[in-house]
Write a protein that binds this ligand. Sequence first.
Ligand SMILES: NC(=O)c1ccc[n+]([C@@H]2O[C@H](COP(=O)([O-])OP(=O)(O)OC[C@H]3O[C@@H](n4cnc5c(N)ncnc54)[C@H](O)[C@@H]3O)[C@@H](O)[C@H]2O)c1
Length: 320
Amino acid sequence: MTGGAGYIGGHVVAALQLRGESVVVVDDLSTGVPERVSGLPLVSCDLASDDAADQVEAVLREHEVHAVVHLAAKKQVGESVERPAWYYRQNVGGLANLLLGMESAGVSDLVFSSSAAVYGSGTGEPARESDTPEPINPYGETKLAGEWMVGGAVRAGWLRAVSLRYFNVAGAGSELLADRFATNLIPIAFERLRAGEAPRVFGDDYPTPDGTCIRDYVHVADLADAHLAVLDALAAGGPVPAAVNVGTGTGYSVFEVLATIRDVTGIATPPIVGARRPGDPATLIADASRIGAELGWSARFGLREIIASAWDGFRAARAA
Ligand SMILES: NC(=O)c1ccc[n+]([C@@H]2O[C@H](COP(=O)([O-])OP(=O)(O)OC[C@H]3O[C@@H](n4cnc5c(N)ncnc54)[C@H](O)[C@@H]3O)[C@@H](O)[C@H]2O)c1
């Protein structure tokens, strides 16, 4: 697994370990936390570095790996706008090195972490995998380019792969696994409430029922299970979909999320509403039917459980 020391990777590792699988982690620890994968072989490698393909091949051979889950990537939209070439080198170059190493080692099964960012602004309707992807920032472009590269290797005949298009991932399985970087609505709101500040809302004049943006929140533990479903489908050897959405199919507005945060935390500081941020689509919800039909996965947890688990993880991490 690449990126196993990260927020989502730590949860996927835990899910794999729960069912007794051996895991080797490749991670440069640029945002990862080694304690998340303590006890496992951890190979420190920047996948975008010049010798990464050779390093990947050696790791795959040494550990007799039969399938790869590729989560390692940079994921901050704003940073990708400021440093597009670096994002391409990290995310697209890193994937190219991984694929070269896999091909040399003869490893043919891959789960690739893609993103709802490939849909860009969306259509306002639930996003379907058959929609034409139109990313609106370099981060989303690197994920779409990654899907194309993976698709090319599949068509070349040596790779079997599924790209998982994650929607808004949140929640935590434990304090150690909690998201450490406040780059999403829920952890940012926690940080502000903890500091005695009002949560911020970027625009309440969108064409949605309460005027705030609507997103599809998926619990990170459910997301981890989606990886297991893909690995099982790949191992079974039958046909697999090229790309599937991982979401619940239900959207919540920013005000609804903040109201649930208020209920869960008991902190009633009212939000302050500011101007829209450029590039935020009004509504981005998954059509989650393909992953249900083709991989038998559906989300078990709803918004309240997501927020409650994230709050537990946040509080425990701050108390530590
Ligand atoms: N968190 C989300 O909401 C979300 C949504 C959609 C897609 N994704 C994708 O899921 C994946 C994991 O995201 P996350 O939230 O766990 O992020 P994260 O930053 O917590 O984890 C990324 C991991 O990859 C490692 N890494 C980064 N660049 C690397 C490189 N060049 N070589 C080796 N290791 C490297 C980091 O050290 C870290 O452990 C990413 O591909 C991200 O784009 C995340």
